[in-house]
Structures are given as C-alpha cells and as structure tokens.
Write a protein that binds this ligand. Structure first.
Ligand code: UFG
Length: 334
C-alpha cells in the first residue's frame, strides 16, 4: 500500500500521523474542512479542503487519487458538547463516516483505519479494559463512534472490506520538535487546559468532580503520547498490507493518573503554581478508563516509547508556549 487518503489530516492527531506517513515515504492526500485543523499542521502530502458531507466532491477527490487505504480522523471529540448537542455528533461522526464508506465501496477501496475511542466502553466493570468487553457508551460522542464501529463490523462480515478500529484513550503531548500539537479554538482537554491556566490564558483550572470512587475522588485516565499513537497507525498499514483481517485495538499504556495527579505534574513541569477549583461533575464522564493494549503489542508489535506523564506534559508545554506566535503569524499572513 502506497497511497493513503487521510481525513482530518490537518488536525491534532491526524497531523502527527501524516508527518510519520511522509517520513515512511507514503503518498498522502489529506482531506480536511479545516474546521479545527490548520494548513500549517500539514507537514507532508497534499491538502484538499473538503467536507465529508459533500459526497460528490469527496467522490471526485477519491476517484482522482485512487488510494489504497483510508485513515479517518475527521470528527468532533468533545464529550460535554455531545451531551448538549447529540445530533451534531451523529451527523458529523456517524453520518459523515457513512458517506465516506459508501464512496470507498463505490470506488472499490477496501482498507480502512478508523479513529475510535475509549468512550465506546462507557463505565467498564473491570480495569484495564480489553477489546472483548462489549461497547456500552455513556455519552453521544461515544455512541456516535460505536455506531461507526458497528457499521464497520457488519461491512467487513459482508464483504472483503478490512478495517482497523483504534480505540484511543486520552491522547496528549506534541511533536518532539515542536512543529505541531493541539491547537483547538477552544480546548476542553485536561492537560491543555492546565497548561493554558499556567500560561495565564485561563484564570483557574476547574476540577470536574472530586467525589468519584477513585483514589483521590477525581477521574482517572490513561494518557498516551500522540507520537506512540501515531506509530500504532503506521503499524496498522503494514498489517493490512500483509493481508491482515479486520481488528479492533486499544491504544493506551494500561495505567492512569487522576485529575489531581495531572495538575501536580503540570505544576512541576511548568514551575507555575496555577489556581484550581473543585466544581461539580461533568456530564458524560466515566470515573476511570484504562487500556489493556496487550493485543496491539502482541499482534502489531507496538512498542510505546513515551509512557511518561512528565514527558507528555513537557512536549505539550513546549508547544503551548509557542502556539500564540504560530497562530498570530498565520492570521497575519492572510
Ligand atoms: N477535566 C477537568 N477539568 C478540565 C478538563 C477536564 O477536571 O478543565 C477532567 C474531566 O472531567 C475528565 C478528565 O479531566 O475526568 C479528562 O478529561 P478530558 O476532557 O481531557 O478527556 P476525556 O476523558 O473527557 O475525553 C478524552 C477525549 C475523548 C476520548 C476519551 C477517552 O476527548 O475523545 O478521552 O478516555 F474518548
């Protein structure tokens, strides 16, 4: 497989994978509506500005490029927003994925790599959770992704279509050379918000819920460095090229940190004792999510290199400190 079509390749995770696809010599075409992505984040390949809702344009671009595989990153990702505006999530994440799959089938493209999420598990009985645990999402974001996984499974059973669903746990950190990282207009993720508070961009960091049945009462998450996640994507291409069959893989390190532990680590990395305030629980949050990624390690030989919260936060902090300059420069260029 040589030619890879990447939706959402100008976004946070997509741009790191595009960087690595470029390094490996793949011919990459990025399809992104730039709603949350940025042109400057595309470090290799060619960017086409397009929306997955525009099926005829999508078809035109795919017909012309003739990819061997599709990687689908483009999606909305905010749990809280999905609780408030569920249809937005079913439209963007579920219906648009269906458009993409239909166009792929019409053009006989049979390899698909899907950005799924730990949110499909909801509140698992046992942690770390493995891929055999049935999906049971507790918010529309997780539901919108679980529905796509269901479509993929049915499609794969019905034809010679092959897919890999990568269930991301909490992705964080940035490119070690500081070229790309998270750059959302409005950040909701814990590490980014903690760093924006350290920078003085936010007055205080709200801690959503301190009454969970966890070690210190705050939610626990499995934070994975975006570069380790990117490597998992490259490995899936090798696997599919070797005629690997459809598979679902968790992507996480198998252990986690509470919100308070992340706050402490962020204070240590930045050297700034920023303000925090405990507040009520956030709708749709699971108390704890930890990945059992032994399948990914055993079957794709995934060897994570950055399982270190300090390193994750450090790369995110280096990125965060230069983000304003990058964004101002880009606005100035226009
Ligand atoms: N949190 C705070 N304050 C904040 C932001 C977050 O206390 O300002 C808490 C949240 O309540 C949660 C934890 O920090 O308990 C992590 O929250 P994030 O928003 O960083 O991440 P989520 O766990 O909600 O969701 C992320 C991705 C999803 C993915 C999920 C899998 O956004 O796409 O991880 O665990 F599905």
């Amino acid at each position: 497989m040589k030619k890879i079509f990447v939706t959402g390749g100008a976004g946070y995770i997509g741009s790191h994978v595009v960087r690595d696809l470029g390094k490996k010599g793949y011919d990459v075409l990025i399809y992104d509506n730039l709603s949350t992505g940025h042109e400057w984040a595309v470090l290799s390949g060619r960017l086409v500005k397009g929306d997955l809702a525009d099926k005829s344009f999508l078809d035109e671009v795919i017909k012309d490029f003739k990819p061997d595989a599709v990687m689908h990153f483009a999606a909305l990702i905010q749990v809280e927003e999905s609780v408030r505006e569920p249809l937005k999530y079913f439209r963007n994440n579920t219906a648009n994925a269906m458009n993409l799959l239909e166009v792929m089938l019409e053009n006989r493209i049979k390899n698909f790599i899907f950005s799924s999420t730990a949110a499909v598990y909801g509140i698992p009985d046992k942690l770390p959770v493995n891929e055999d645990v049935p999906m049971n999402p507790t918010n529309p974001y997780g539901e919108s992704k679980a529905m796509v996984e269901q479509m993929l499974s049915d499609l794969s059973n019905a034809s010679d279509f092959n897919y890999i669903a990568l269930r991301y746990f909490n992705v964080a950190g940035a490119d070690s050379q500081g070229r790309i990282g998270q750059a959302y207009k409005e950040s909701t993720h814990l590490i980014t918000r903690a760093l924006k508070t350290a920078k003085g961009e936010l007055p205080k960091l709200l801690i959503f819920g301190a009454d969970y049945m966890t070690s210190d009462g705050t939610c626990i998450r499995d934070y994975i460095h975006v570069d380790d996640l990117s490597v998992a994507h490259i490995l899936t291409l090798d696997y599919l090229s070797d005629n690997g069959k459809s598979r679902v893989f968790n992507c996480g390190y198998g252990h986690g940190y509470s919100v308070r532990e992340v706050v402490q680590a962020a204070k240590k990395v930045t050297g700034i004792d920023f303000r925090t305030e405990e507040t009520g629980r956030r709708d749709g949050d699971s108390p704890a999510l930890l990945a059992d990624s032994s399948r990914l390690k055993a079957e794709l030989n995934w060897k994570p290199k950055h399982d270190d919260l300090g390193y994750i936060i450090k790369t995110a902090w280096e990125w965060e400190k230069k983000l304003d300059t990058i964004l101002n420069k880009c606005t100035g260029d226009k």
